[in-house]
Write a protein that binds this ligand. Structure first.
Ligand code: TTJ
Length: 661
C-alpha cells in the first residue's frame, strides 16, 4: 500500500461488514510496514507515537478549546496523554454505525474528518493519526469526558471487542489516551527517553504561547522528573532558552567608564498575517560567531528549512543593506553578504498555513511557493521599522555585520595566498593524505581517521583504488568562538578542507568535492565522541550542503570479537556479544571474547573486514538532525560558561561523564 492509498483509505459509503474489512486491512497494513507510517521502528518511531497523540490535543488547543495537556510516562513504558478540550466526539458516525471516536482510532487518517478546518500538515510522517498509534500498540485505552458523561473503550493491536461505552456521569471535558507500544513492532526498544520527550514538549510549548504542557516521568519517582511548561512569551522565550542553554549573552555595547552596562540587543519579535497564512519571527544577536536558525511549519520542525527560511534570509540581508545605505553607513557599492548579517544570530521562524507542502524526499523542507514572498515582505517591513526605532541596537548589529565582512574578506585573501604558495610548491594536497587512484566521486570515499596508529592500519587495510585515508591527531581547534578565517589557518582542519576540495562558507562548491563519501572513523570512547562531534559541527557550520546532500557518514567499528577455534564473529553491542557467546558456546569448547578499546587494536585485515569493506560494513549516514544535535552539544561543551556545561552533563551523564573539556 503506498502513501496515496493510505491518505484516502477512509471508509466510503457501503455496508457495515465491508467497512469493517477495510478497517482491519488498513490496520494490518500499518503493522506489516510500520516504517512507512512512522519512519522507523527504532527509538525514533517509538517516540513518534507520543507526538502523534499529543498533536491531536495541540490541534484542539489551536482551535481554542484546550488549555492544558498532560503527558505521563508510567511504569512499564506506558504513555498517558490527557487534555481538557471538548473531547473526541462520541456520537454515532452515520455511515460507519460506530462511534466517531472509534473511527478516529480504527480508520487510517480519519482524524482530519472531525478536526473541522484549522491548520493541517499534509502527508509524510506528520499527522498519520491516532489509528496508526493504535495499530502499533499492544493495547490502547481511550477515555472521553463530554461534560455530561464519561466514555471508555479498549483496543488491542488496533482491534476491539466492545464498543465505546458510557461509564458514568461527569461535568469534566477532555480526552485521555493511554497506550503501551507493541514490543513485537518495536523490537529494538520500548523504553522512552524522558529528555527526548521533554525537549519536544518544550518546543511545542514555545510554539503555542500560553498553552500549558505538563510532563512527568513516573517510572522513577525518586528522580522527580516533572516539568510544567507554559510560556506566555512564546517563541521570544524560545530564543532566550537557546541562549541560556548555550551560555550565550546578547550582543551588547561595552560597559561605559563608570561601569554602567551598555545597551544590548533584546529579542526582536514580529508577526504578520495574510489570508490563511500567518508568520511569527523572533530573533536576537549574541556575542558569538555562530548562526542558529530554526524554522517551523504548523509546529513541525522543518530541519531542512525551505521557502520560509529563504524568505527570512533574503529579507534580513536586503534590509540591513538598505539600512546601511539609508544612513550612509555603507560606502559606494559595498554590500554585506548573507553570512555577514547572520553572524551571531539566533532566529525562530514559525509559519502557519492551511496546507503544508513538503519537498518529497526529506519531508522536512517546506515547499509552498507563496510563503517565500509573504515572509520576505513581513520581515522587510517590520525589521526596517525596528531598526529605525532602535538606532543604538541597529548600530550594534550593523557594526557586527561589518566586522564579519572584514573577517570574511581577510580569510579570502589568506586562502588565495595559500593557494599561490602551494601552487609554487606543487604539493597542494595534505602530506598525511593517502589518496586513492580512482577519481570518479561516484566510487571514491575518504576516511577521516582519529589517531596515527589507526590511520596506519586503515592505510594498509584499505582498497587503495577507491578509499583515501586522512589521519587526524591531537586536540583539534575549538570552533565555537572562531571565525572562518581562523579555521583556514588551523593545521588540524586545514588538511580536511584541502583534501575534500570544496572550500568552505560562502565559497563552498560541491562540484569540487573529491570523494563521494566522507566517512568519520573514530573510537567508540569519549575521545572518539569528541572528535565526531567536532567534525560534524565543523561540517554543519562551514560545509552544510555536504550534510544536506548525504555525503557524510559515521563508520561503525565493532566493540567485541567473539571467537571459538576458527570461527569468529564481531559484535557491535553488549547484547550482540552475549548472543554470539550463547550461539558459539552451544557445544562445549571455550569461547574467547576480545574487547576492542580502540581502532588501533585492530590489525589492517580486521579493520578492513569489520569497518571498511563495503560488502560487509555498517555505516550511519549523517542526517541534518544529527548534525544539528552535534552543533548544540558542541556549543554547550565548548562555550566559555560553566553553568550550561554543568547542566548538560547532569542531564546527559551517560554521554558526557568524563569528557575532558
Ligand atoms: C473535534 O471537533 C469536535 C469537538 O472535538 C474535537 C476533538 O476531537 N477534540 C479533541 C481530540 N481533543 N482532544 C483530542 C484528542 C486527544 C488525544 C489525547 C488523542 C486524540 C486522538 C484526540
Amino acid at each position: 500500500m503506498d502513501n496515496e492509498e493510505m491518505l484516502t483509505q477512509v471508509p466510503v459509503e457501503g455496508d457495515y461488514d465491508e467497512n469493517q474489512i477495510q478497517v482491519l486491512e488498513g490496520l494490518e497494513a500499518v503493522r506489516k510496514r510500520p516504517g512507512m507510517y512512522i519512519g522507523t521502528t527504532g527509538s525514533g518511531g517509538l517516540h513518534h507515537l507520543v507526538y502523534e497523540i499529543v498533536d491531536n490535543s495541540i490541534d484542539e488547543a489551536l482551535a481554542g478549546y484546550c488549555t492544558k495537556i498532560t503527558v505521563e510516562i508510567l511504569e512499564g513504558d506506558i504513555i498517558r496523554v490527557t487534555d481538557n478540550g471538548r473531547g473526541i466526539p462520541v456520537g454515532m458516525h452515520p455511515k460507519e454505525k460506530i462511534s466517531a471516536a472509534t473511527v478516529v482510532f480504527t480508520v487510517l487518517h480519519a482524524g482530519g474528518k472531525f478536526g473541522g478546518g484549522g491548520y493541517k500538515v499534509a502527508g509524510g510522517l506528520h499527522g498519520v493519526g491516532a489509528s496508526v498509534v493504535n495499530a502499533l500498540s499492544e493495547w490502547l485505552e481511550l477515555t472521553v469526558w463530554d461534560g455530561k458523561h464519561s466514555w471508555f473503550q479498549r483496543f488491542e493491536r488496533g482491534k476491539y471487542d466492545k464498543e465505546l461505552e458510557m461509564t458514568g456521569d461527569t461535568d469534566r471535558h477532555g480526552t485521555s489516551v493511554t497506550f503501551k507500544p507493541d514490543a513485537e513492532i518495536f523490537e529494538e526498544t520500548t523504553v522512552f527517553d524522558y529528555q527526548v520527550l521533554l525537549k519536544r514538549m518544550r518546543e511545542q510549548a514555545f510554539l503555542n504561547a500560553g498553552l500549558m504542557i505538563e510532563i512527568e516521568d513516573k517510572r522513577h519517582p525518586e528522580e522527580n522528573l516533572h516539568e510544567v511548561l507554559c510560556y506566555e512569551g512564546g517563541i521570544r522565550e524560545f530564543i532566550e532558552h537557546i541562549h541560556k542553554t548555550r551560555g550565550l549573552d546578547p550582543l551588547s555595547e561595552p560597559k561605559s567608564k563608570d561601569g554602567k552596562p551598555g545597551t544590548s540587543c533584546g529579542v526582536i519579535y514580529f508577526n504578520g498575517k495574510k489570508g490563511d497564512n500567518a508568520v511569527e519571527i523572533a530573533m536576537q544577536y549574541n556575542d558569538s560567531y555562530n548562526e542558529v536558525i530554526m524554522s517551523f511549519a504548523n509546529n513541525v520542525h522543518t530541519i531542512d528549512g525551505g521557502v520560509h527560511e529563504v524568505g527570512f534570509r533574503n529579507a534580513l540581508t536586503k534590509t540591513i543593506n538598505e539600512y546601511g545605505k539609508k544612513f550612509g553607513l555603507l560606502k559606494d557599492d559595498n554590500k554585506l553578504m548573507g553570512e555577514d548579517v547572520r553572524e551571531g544570530l539566533t532566529a525562530i521562524i514559525s509559519v502557519k498555513l492551511t496546507d503544508c507542502q513538503f519537498e518529497s524526499q526529506t519531508k522536512v523542507k517546506l515547499g509552498n511557493p507563496e510563503i517565500k514572498p509573504f515572509v520576505e515582505q513581513v520581515v522587510s517591513e517590520k525589521l526596517m521599522d525596528y531598526l529605525e526605532e532602535n538606532p543604538t541596537v541597529a548600530a550594534l548589529i550593523f557594526s557586527k555585520s561589518q566586522a564579519a565582512q572584514r573577517a570574511r574578506e581577510a580569510a579570502k585573501k589568506a586562502r588565495e595566498t595559500a593557494r599561490r604558495k602551494s601552487a609554487m610548491e606543487s604539493a597542494s594536497l595534505p602530506g598525511k593524505l593517502a589518496d586513492c587512484s580512482e577519481r570518479d566521486i561516484e566510487f571514491t570515499e575518504i576516511y577521516i581517521v582519529e589517531g596515527d596508529s589507526a590511520g596506519g592500519s586503515a592505510k594498509e587495510g584499505r582498497d587503495r583504488r577507491y578509499q583515501a585515508i586522512l589521519p587526524l591527531w591531537g586536540k583539534m581547534l575549538n570552533v565555537e568562538r572562531v571565525r572562518i578565517d581562523k579555521v583556514y589557518g588551523n593545521d588540524k582542519l586545514q588538511p580536511v578542507v584541502t583534501a575534500l576540495g570544496t572550500s568552505i562558507g560562502e565559497d563552498f562548491d560541491i562540484t569540487k568535492l573529491r570523494y563521494g563519501k566522507v566517512i568519520i572513523m573514530a573510537d567508540a570512547d569519549v575521545d572518539g565522541c569528541h572528535i565526531r562531534t567536532l567534525l560534524l559541527t565543523f561540517f554543519f557550520r562551514f560545509m552544510r550542503p555536504l550534510i544536506e546532500n548525504g555525503n557524510v557518514y559515521i563508520a561503525q567499528p565493532p566493540l567485541f570479537r567473539v571467537s571459538k577455534g576458527k570461527t569468529h564473529k564481531y559484535a557491535f553491542s553488549d547484547e550482540e556479544r552475549d548472543q554470539y557467546i550463547a550461539e558459539l558456546s552451544a557445544n562445549g569448547a571455550k569461547v574467547e571474547v576480545q574487547r576492542y578499546k580502540g581502532l588501533g587494536e585492530m590489525d589492517p585485515a580486521q579493520l578492513w573486514e569489520t569497518t571498511m569493506d563495503p560488502e560487509t560494513r555498517t555505516m550511519i549516514q549523517v542526517k541534518m538532525e544529527d548534525a544539528m544535535k552535534a552543533d548544540e552539544i558542541f556549543s554547550i561543551l565548548m562555550g566559555d560558561k560553566v553553568q550550561p556545561r554543568r547542566a548538560f552533563i547532569e542531564t546527559n551523564a551517560k554521554y558526557a561523564v568524563n569528557l575532558d573539556v
